[in-house]
Design a protein around this ligand. Structure first.
Ligand code: FAD
Length: 385
């Protein structure tokens, strides 16, 4: 592949070995029990997979974005939810810490996050709608030397298992409807009085991502919990969210490949009238070729976008496109994979339908693809693509 080099191959080998020996054997069990994959998450930290792009100064590998994409793709082939937990930790919360943190904050939170010593979560979404920030109500008020938070967040990943939450709150009189100025980010340790953590929801897919609500009732935080400029965190949030949308490209690619590989193997092995389904039915062959074509088209988009990202481009529009296209391709390929299995494809223990459930959530979790299309339209209108 044109995007491979020796360093990337080395890290990919580490991820492959981890997936083969430690992730694959428990993937079905995690989907069935919805347990957060704590052991795997910690192991990923030990292997450096949680701090791939974090600078070496803060305990990361100082690697590039393409390396991260290769690792995400590899893990998602077997256990997509692990990449989701990694995304909330490293890209959303970790991204904000990296961009906005003071050296003290980075030493205290980013470095142990990169090694997996602590787990991070990022709370933005409120009950009024993920992209409807102008109606958010979670507010932080400075009282003497402390910030006091009140409000609540919904559908937040890594709740309960997180040691630290990075949370968005209003600190201005009014939110600017255009720039969304008036929001600030805060670092909240999990044991802070006034922070209440709800139960993980039972979801269609991404079983084990520990997604649910958190709320704040007179939650007192030290003044130094403010992360970044007062009232001015939205630009960084846009960038860290873009990193998460970008990662949906390789994750979707992995989901599609996982489902395709199962369907191909099954179609070659299952026989009727002395012939494999692959040899017997043209429609089976054509479905597989179409699935393969979609996968390879997505691969091109993913790695050309990551190459641009490695050249310093923010990829605001193309990053969002990766999430949109990735959700579409992974949902299509995994749906067709179930179809090629016939009746047993609908049986949970077969292990193919979980890819479709995970793909479906991809189109909503983190941001709905419709909201992202509107973002891209705005970027086009403002000549920012
Ligand atoms: C599994 C999972 C994990 C998540 N993890 C996190 C997390 O870690 N942190 C976090 O902060 N949030 C997280 N979220 C929340 C996620 O960001 C929101 O679910 C998403 O932004 C959609 O918001 P909503 O659910 O409020 O839907 P709504 O805003 O109610 O939207 C419903 C539908 O209306 C349409 N719509 C809404 N807004 C627009 C728009 N602007 N333009 C066009 N159409 C629109 C879309 O079709 C959308 O699907 C997670 C969600 C899920 C499902």
């Amino acid at each position: 592949m044109w995007y491979m080099n020796e360093e990337r191959q080395l890290m990919l080998n580490v991820a492959r070995d981890f997936v083969e020996k430690e992730v694959k054997p428990v993937a079905m069990q995690i989907d069935r029990t919805s347990e957060f994959p704590m052991k795997l998450f910690k192991r990923a930290g030990e292997l450096g997979l949680l701090g791939v792009t974090v600078s070496e100064e803060y305990g990361g590998l100082g690697g590039d974005q393409t390396t991260l994409a290769l690792i995400m793709e590899e893990i998602a082939k077997s256990l997509p939810v692990l990449t989701v937990a990694m995304g909330a930790h490293s890209l959303l919360a970790g991204g904000l810490l990296d961009m906005l943190g003071t050296p003290q904050q980075k030493n205290k939170y980013l470095a142990p996050a990169a090694s997996g010593e602590i787990i991070l979560a990022c709370g933005s979404t409120e009950a009024v709608g993920g992209s409807n920030q102008i109606e958010f109500t979670t507010r932080a008020v400075l009282e003497g030397d402390e910030w006091v938070l009140n409000g609540g967040k919904v559908l937040i990943s890594n709740i309960g298992v997180a040691d630290v939450y990075v949370v968005l709150a209003i600190t201005a009189e009014k939110i600017d409807p255009v720039t969304r100025g008036g929001f600030s980010a805060f670092i909240i340790e999990a044991n802070t009085p006034g922070l209440n953590v709800g139960k993980a929801e039972h979801k269609l897919g991404w079983h084990g991502s520990a997604t649910g609500s958190i709320s704040f009732k007179n939650c007192h935080l030290p003044k130094e919990s403010l992360l970044g400029p007062l009232g001015g965190c939205m630009q960084a949030m846009f960038v860290s969210a873009t990193a998460e949308f970008l990662s949906c490209g390789p994750v979707s690619l992995g989901v599609a490949e996982g489902a395709y590989e199962m369907a191909l193997k099954y179609s070659m092995e299952r026989e009727q009238c002395g012939q494999s389904m692959f040899d017997r039915f043209q429609v089976t062959r054509h479905k597989l070729v179409k699935m393969y074509t979609e996968i390879e088209s997505l691969r091109s988009l993913v790695y050309s976008t990551y190459a641009n990202r490695d050249q310093g481009e923010l990829c605001l529009a193309t990053g969002r496109m990766l999430k949109i296209k990735g959700a579409e391709v992974s949902e299509y390929v995994s749906r067709e994979a179930i179809q090629l299995f016939g009746g047993v494809g609908t049986v949970v223990d077969t292990g193919v339908e979980r890819f479709w459930r995970d793909a479906k959530v991809m189109a909503i979790g983190g941001a709905s693809v419709e909201a992202l299309m509107d973002n891209i339209a705005t970027l086009i209108k403002n000549k920012m693509v």
